[in-house]
Design a protein around this ligand. Structure first.
Ligand code: ADP
Ligand code: ASP
Ligand code: MG
Length: 408
């Protein structure tokens, strides 16, 4: 008897037939004697549809009301799944995030889970019921509905698995595991049997949306046994590993890409102590995350400062930066959202030199200009014009020997 938390994403519950198929699978696991907590996303496309409706009503809808709206997508699928389970004679109860006490902070649209009271779920399980929980949502301490950021159902699942000390958290999706690159862009990409949690964290945060970054953070913190599998066919999927040693150490494990960023530059800023905080402080105060940062001093002794933010935050960040520019008497502000970021990731990089030069040489040979670079111990990221994104990912995939049939 084991306890599994099983999460099904948007495509996996994308129609009534699909919900029925999920119910069949969950009922089978249940009939094998295991306890199951199911987390579901909204039907695919639904969260976008709700978002678009909100924008139609109000271009700058309040974040609180947006969360009330966006969270409804998941409320539909939990109820339908509970009904489908009931039809199969499998006792089940559905709950919203707030109902199972998923307590978050009050940052609407990207709330963080702070606490989960797992007792009510345990009671249901003890009484032989499958518990179906709405992903992507919680409530703050005043009872306001919050959402966890796009893709947040993964985080609901891993957080529940941690709180319940589940034997495994299984993320069922429309691919059969984690690949060396997004299979939609690189048909030659290979499924990884295992990936270290560190590498998975980099892959996710650098754009591989197969797992939401926060879900991987949670998994790492609480060492949640975590596996990514296909909702459509049987197979072992990809196991997130906490032991680096037992991995065959490929130099590069994967390539991630991200089209969701925009670049802002403030030119002709006085080069003096405190300037970085004067530029980035107001951006942070608006809860806008800054990713890459470059500062360089020009010939006249003034400095240019470039940074990237999520594309959704671009208009707001531009507005803030224009204001800062006036305060610090900068010469000019520029912005561009026709950029993309490509990153190569691998723990093998720690013990091998030359990854950066291979990466830069490969891009140069394709005539691709690099606009920004950032590195960490296990990854190198570059920003380039978004029209080169697919070419860059495919040629790097090949250059690092990740293509199917090649030696890794
Ligand atoms: P779900 O709706 O189940 O949460 P997502 O669309 O959020 O599914 O995530 C699955 C998608 O992630 C895949 O269809 C794939 O295109 C994309 N993806 C990006 N990078 C990778 C990768 N390295 N491995 C597997 N899938 C990836
Ligand atoms: N439905 C939400 C989204 O589309 C959450 C999720 O699917 O994980 O982002
Ligand atoms: Mg997802």
């Amino acid at each position: 008897m084991a306890l599994y938390v099983e999460k099904f994403g948007g495509t996996s519950v994308g129609s009534v037939e699909r919900i029925d198929a999920v119910a069949r699978q969950v009922a089978r696991t249940r009939s094998e004697g295991h306890d199951v907590v199911v987390v579901v996303s909204a039907m695919s496309g639904e969260t976008n549809r709700l978002q678009a409706m909100a924008t139609e009503v109000h271009a700058r809808a309040s974040a609180r009301e947006l969360d009330v709206l966006l969270s409804t997508g998941e409320q539909v699928t939990i109820a339908l799944l509970a009904m489908a389970l009931d039809k199969r004679g499998c006792a089940a109860r559905s709950y919203t995030g707030a109902q199972v006490h998923i307590l978050t902070d009050n940052i609407h649209g990207k709330a963080r889970i702070m606490e989960i009271d797992a007792e009510p779920i345990r009671r249901d399980l003890a009484e032989g019921r499958v518990v179906v929980v709405a992903g992507f949502q919680g409530a703050d301490c005043d009872g306001n509905i919050t959402t966890l950021g796009r893709g947040g159902s993964d985080t609901t699942a891993v957080a529940l698995a941690a709180a319940l000390k589940a034997d495994e958290c299984r993320i069922f999706t429309d691919v059969d595991g984690v690949y060396t690159a997004d299979p939609r862009i690189v048909p030659e990409a290979r499924r990884l049997e295992r990936i270290t949690v560190e590498e998975m964290l980099e892959l996710s945060s650098l754009g591989a949306k197969v797992l939401q970054t926060r879900s991987v953070e949670f998994a790492g913190k609480y060492r949640v046994p975590l596996r990514v599998l296909s909702a459509f066919e049987a197979g072992g999927g990809t196991l997130i590993s906490y032991e680096e040693d037992d991995m065959e150490q490929a130099l590069i494990s994967g390539i991630a890409h991200n089209r969701d960023e925009a670049k802002l530059t403030i030119l002709g800023v006085p080069d003096e102590p405190g300037i970085a905080v004067r530029i980035l402080g107001p951006v942070a105060d608006a809860h806008i995350n800054v990713d890459m940062i470059i500062q360089n001093v020009g010939e006249d002794g003034s400095t240019n400062f470039t940074f990237t933010v999520h594309r959704n935050d671009f208009p707001k960040a531009m507005e803030i930066l224009e204001k800062t520019a006036k305060d610090v008497k900068a010469r000019e502000v520029r912005g561009a959202d026709d950029i993309a970021k490509v990153s190569v990731i691998g723990v093998g990089m720690r013990s091998h030199a030359g990854v950066a030069s291979t990466m830069f040489k490969t891009l140069a040979e394709e005539g691709i200009n690099i606009q920004m670079i950032s590195t960490s111990e296990i990854k190198i990221s570059v920003v380039l014009a978004d029209k080169y994104l697919e070419l860059a990912v495919r040629t790097l995939h090949k250059a690092f020997g990740l293509d199917q049939g090649q030696e890794g």
